[in-house]
Design a protein around this ligand. Structure first.
Ligand SMILES: [Ca+2]
Ligand SMILES: [Ca+2]
Ligand SMILES: [Ca+2]
Ligand SMILES: [Ca+2]
Length: 223
């Protein structure tokens, strides 16, 4: 029969063993929870970046459309050649109506243009290592005659060419009717009374691959 002292030691030994086992179980459990949480986080990040990228492309196209919606058709430069699009448009918006002269009052000349990114100059190399080669920005110049120029960056990470297109090969690779169109694609339609807008933005997804999102719309101009 164990003495009270031995019984106490046995009980203490069991308690230590239980603590070791419990700690081991807890470590495994925490590890499993951590792995699940990590997987959940990666999935969420991938989902968010794809959704965020879609939203950025949509916001860019919506903003360009809202600018051009009030532009007068006469203020646009000559239309690009058939089957070609441009990455820049100068325009004037309707500011009011002069009842004495009986004519529309136009505002200052504005410009929407895709320009090279400061971090990734146009040299065929992905200088900033973001997975996009020669991506650019789309800017809105508020007054083309103003010095220094006042401009807003409407979007960054606008690709060099529209999604599916290969630059400079004189072929319509993505089959949208335009040859070698840029990541911002502007094309006059219906004799210059509407403009087709397309834009592709890109970013590196959580999995390391490059995500692209393209949005397009057609806006009818003021006559
Ligand atoms: Ca880049
Ligand atoms: Ca570059
Ligand atoms: Ca094309
Ligand atoms: Ca091409």
């Amino acid at each position: 029969m164990p003495s009270p002292l031995n019984a106490h030691r046995a009980r203490r030994g069991a308690t230590l063993l239980e603590v070791v086992i419990a700690t081991g179980c807890l470590t495994l459990l925490l590890g499993a929870i951590g792995a699940v949480a990590q997987r959940g986080r990666s999935a969420a990040e991938a989902g968010v970046s794809a959704a965020a990228l879609s939203a950025r492309a949509q916001r860019l196209v919506d903003r360009i459309a809202s600018e051009l919606m009030n532009a007068t058709a006469e203020s646009l430069p000559l239309a690009p050649a058939v089957g070609r699009a441009t990455v820049q448009v100068d325009f004037r918006t309707v500011e009011g109506f002069d009842v004495v002269q009986g004519e529309i009052e136009e505002g200052v000349q504005r410009r929407i243009a895709r320009v090279p990114s400061p971090e990734d100059p146009n040299d065929g190399i992905d200088n900033d290592g973001d997975g996009l080669v020669d991506e650019g920005q789309v800017v809105l110049v508020l007054d083309t005659a103003s010095t220094p120029s006042r401009e807003l960056v409407l979007a960054s990470d606008v690709t060099e060419v529209l999604e599916g297109e290969v630059a400079g090969n004189n072929v319509d690779d993505n089959g949208n009717g335009l040859i070698d169109e840029g990541g911002l694609s502007l094309q006059w339609r219906s004799g210059g009374t509407s403009v087709a807008i397309g834009a592709t933005v890109g970013a590196r997804g959580a999995g390391g691959g490059v995500l692209l999102r393209t949005v397009s719309t057609i806006v009818h101009l003021r006559n």
